[in-house]
Design a binder for this molecule. Structure first.
Ligand SMILES: [Fe+2]
Length: 200
């Protein structure tokens, strides 16, 4: 439910061949459905339905051509920044996972000062928010109550499988495990961007 498999839209796969290769590997590992979620970040990745959906169609067509049986869906990973606040205020239709969930992320530097209000507005707009890889936000490591608060207020937490494997280092791995132990995790994802993110 979290991956970067559409070529040229963000820091994920570089071309469609790389995407096909990764999908083949995921299929061999047992996955039957993937949700790909290009970044939408102000000033960096200007994606929207018009860039994401045609790329999805292209990859689907290519998988079919190659006879790779994989259900593919696309949504987006929304950075909670000014641009996102504008989308929400303008009631722009956002790209949902399974017609329901909105995948969001915080910056790696700090969380939005108004995160409570943003999640409230997301819910009021009819989406169920998921926060991607909260274990990777080091500024929360000594502030575990924020994780508990998010979970209690209906923000689903999604841990990266790579975090559990130790890909981002020991402290992130430790927090990922603690989140699981406290039963605060609702989703796990590959967040796969490239070959170096293979886990198997
Ligand atoms: Fe991601």
């Amino acid at each position: 439910m979290h991956s970067h498999l559409l070529a040229g839209l963000d820091d994920g796969v570089q071309d469609i061949e790389e995407a096909v290769e990764l999908v083949k590997q995921l299929q061999a590992a047992g996955y039957t459905k993937l949700v790909t979620t290009p970044h939408i970040i102000s000033g960096l990745y200007h994606n929207h339905a018009d860039t994401i959906l045609p790329a999805l169609d292209k990859l689907r067509a290519r998988l079919e051509q190659e006879g790779i049986p994989m259900e593919l869906e696309a949504a987006a990973e929304y950075m909670l920044d000014d641009y996102f606040e504008g989308l929400l205020a303008d009631r722009e239709p956002l790209l949902k996972i399974s017609n329901k969930y909105l995948l969001t992320e915080f910056s790696f530097v700090s969380m939005p000062f108004n995160y409570r209000e943003m999640f409230f507005d997301i819910k009021m707009a009819g989406y169920e928010p998921i926060l991607a890889h909260p274990e990777r936000f080091r500024y929360l490591h000594d502030n575990f109550d924020v994780y508990r608060e998010l979970h209690e207020t209906g923000v689903y937490l999604q841990v990266n499988l790579l975090s559990l494997k130790g890909h981002y280092g020991r402290s992130i791995q430790k927090v990922a495990v603690q989140l699981l132990e406290e039963k605060l995790v609702s989703f796990v994802g590959t967040d796969i961007h490239h070959q170096r993110h293979r886990m198997y």
